[in-house]
Each structure stands twice: as C-alpha cells, then as structure tokens.
Design a protein around this ligand. Structure first.
Ligand SMILES: [Zn+2]
Length: 321
C-alpha cells in the first residue's frame, strides 16, 4: 500500500504544482500593474489558457465511449457488471469486485477500518472459512500477491483474482468468492483481533520520512476536504482498539450492491459469465436504512448509456495472511 501511496503522493504533488502554478499565474495577471512599471505590452496569460485546455480535456474524457466489446449492465439492486473477452494471455481471466467505498466514508471512530475490512475479507467468509480462499487459489496454481490481491484507498476498495479458465468451474468459484466478499465476510471476533497486529504493522512500516512529510502536506493540499483527514491507513489507536461492531458497521453500511461492480476480463465466454453474474448477484440487497453519516458515496455511472469514470487517488494494499 505504502509504496504505491508514495507514488500517488508524488503525482498529487505534481498535479498540485501544476494546478497551483496555474492559479498563481492567473492571480499575478489579475493584479493591477505597479505605478512605476514601464508601459510594456502585457505578457500572455498562460493560466486561463491552460485551464480552458484542461476543461476541454475533461469534457472530452467525460464523453469517452465504452469499448463496444464490453458487455455491461446493471441489476435491479444497482450492482453494475463489465465483462470483456480478451484472449491474451490465453486461458486466464481477471475477476474483480470493485466497491465504491474507501476511507473518506469512515466515521471518526472508524479511521483505518475501510482497509481493515479489506483484510478481514481474506480471513474468512460464510462459504470460504478461515484462509480457504488463499488455499483454493494456491491449489489452482495462483499466488497470493500477484494473482490474489486487494487495495483500499480514499474512494474505493477493490478485490482482484486471476484464475485459469481451462475449467469454467474455476471462474464460477471465483465469482462465488466475490459474492461472499460482497455479502458474507465473517468478521469472527478472534480473527479481528488476530488481524489487528497485521494492519498495525502496515501502519508502522509506513511511518518513514515521506509519511511524516505527508502528514504535514495533506492537510494543506486537501484543506477543507475529506481527503485531508482520512488517510487510508488510519489511526494506530483505532486499529488497536476499535470494537468489533465498529468494524462490522463499515461493512454493513457501505458494502452494498448499488456501490459495487463485478468486472471480468479474460479468455472466457462472455455470454455465460454475464448470465452467471446476473443470476448470482441478483439476490444482494441494499440496507434499508441509510448510513448514519453525512458523507455519501458516489454510485457507479450508468455505463449502459454514457460511461464515465472517476479518477481516484490509489494506494495499493497487499493483503496479508
Ligand atoms: Zn493492507
């Protein structure tokens, strides 16, 4: 998580330099000229020009059409799917569950728990007890890390499996794992307490010089926004002491089908996979009561019409056994 986060910070800083550079340039040109200034022709104002180019670029990207080879749609419960046949590499498929919920949705007493929930998904679910998901993936020749992974960031949590497709049953089983991650993570008390040490260690390993600088920079760079106060890794004391139900609360509030997408890309039969997604995930239900927070998540766009994609600050988290 932290290696990628560092790259993200660099990108954010670069973007901020560009953005604020433009803002400063605009501001300078807006000031009245000093009285003693020579009557030279005013320099061209790069700020507005760059801003208009950026606006045009953003407008164009918002209209980016979806690859017609992608099969997509939305279930009645709001879950979106994207399926695409891609035969390179042969006999492999990437099968992902994307949840539009990350650390910016945490309550004050949940700082770090979006990421904690991601870890718990690998600790066991209703139909895949304890470390059975990892064991299953390793039995079919996949490795924990490159083929089984997940990340949590400010805005989203994404679970990723790569499976062989020689046997269609393996794709079905991978979809069954995604379903359990969407609805059936176990959150056993004992497993939560075992996992605390893992996430605290991840927090501790991230406390290098760059993280200490980030602690100073982010409140300024993101001032006034949720990003200034919701670093995904969270707070050590919360990771160590959060009540079990406080962790479960993030899952029950935000792991809802109208904030989820299932993505399957690979050497698969897209018609069969799409049918399987529709059948399997239709039973997911959204919670009746809205979360007790003033923050709200952004739903996946309706990609059946005009697809758009939010950009996000991504920090990759490697799950731990
Ligand atoms: Zn992690």
């Amino acid at each position: 998580m932290c290696r990628i986060l560092d790259k993200v910070v660099s990108c954010v800083l670069l973007l901020c330099v560009l953005f604020f550079g433009c803002a400063l340039a605009t501001d300078q040109h807006a000031r009245p000229a000093p009285q003693a200034a020579p009557a030279a022709a005013p320099a061209p104002a790069p700020g507005p020009a760059i801003a208009s180019q950026l606006a045009a670029t953003i407008a164009e990207s918002a209209k980016l059409p979806l690859d017609p080879a992608i099969r997509t749609g939305r279930l009645d419960n709001g879950l979106t799917w994207f399926v695409r046949r891609n035969v390179r590499p042969e006999k492999r498929a990437e099968i992902w569950l994307a949840v539009n919920a990350g650390s910016t949705l945490e309550d004050d007493d949940q700082q770090g728990l979006a990421h904690f929930v991601e870890h718990m998904a690998f600790r066991g679910t209703k139909n895949f007890k304890k470390l059975e998901i990892i064991n299953f993936m390793e039995r079919i020749g996949m490795k924990f890390g490159p083929d089984v992974n997940a990340f949590t960031n400010f805005d989203e949590t994404v679970y990723m499996l790569k499976v062989p497709t020689d046997d269609a049953a393996l794709v079905e089983k991978a979809l069954a794992i995604l379903y359990d991650w969407a609805r059936n993570v176990s959150f056993d008390d004992e497993d939560i307490d075992k996992e605390r040490g893992v996430v605290v260690e991840e927090w501790r390993l991230g406390r290098g010089a760059e993280a200490r600088m980030r602690d100073k920079q982010f409140p300024i760079l993101f001032k006034g926004s949720r990003y200034a106060e919701r670093l995904t890794i969270g707070k050590k004391e919360i990771l160590e002491t959060a009540p079990h139900d406080t962790i479960r609360r993030f899952y029950s509030n935000w792991y809802r089908p109208d904030l989820m997408a299932v993505i399957v890309v690979g050497d698969i039969d897209p018609v069969n996979v799409e049918r399987s997604i529709k059948t399997r995930f239709a039973s997911l239900k959204n919670p009746l009561a809205p979360p007790t927070t003033r923050w709200s998540a952004i739903a996946f766009p309706n990609c059946a019409s005009t697809p758009t994609r939010r950009s996000s600050t991504r920090s990759r988290a490697r799950p731990h056994s």
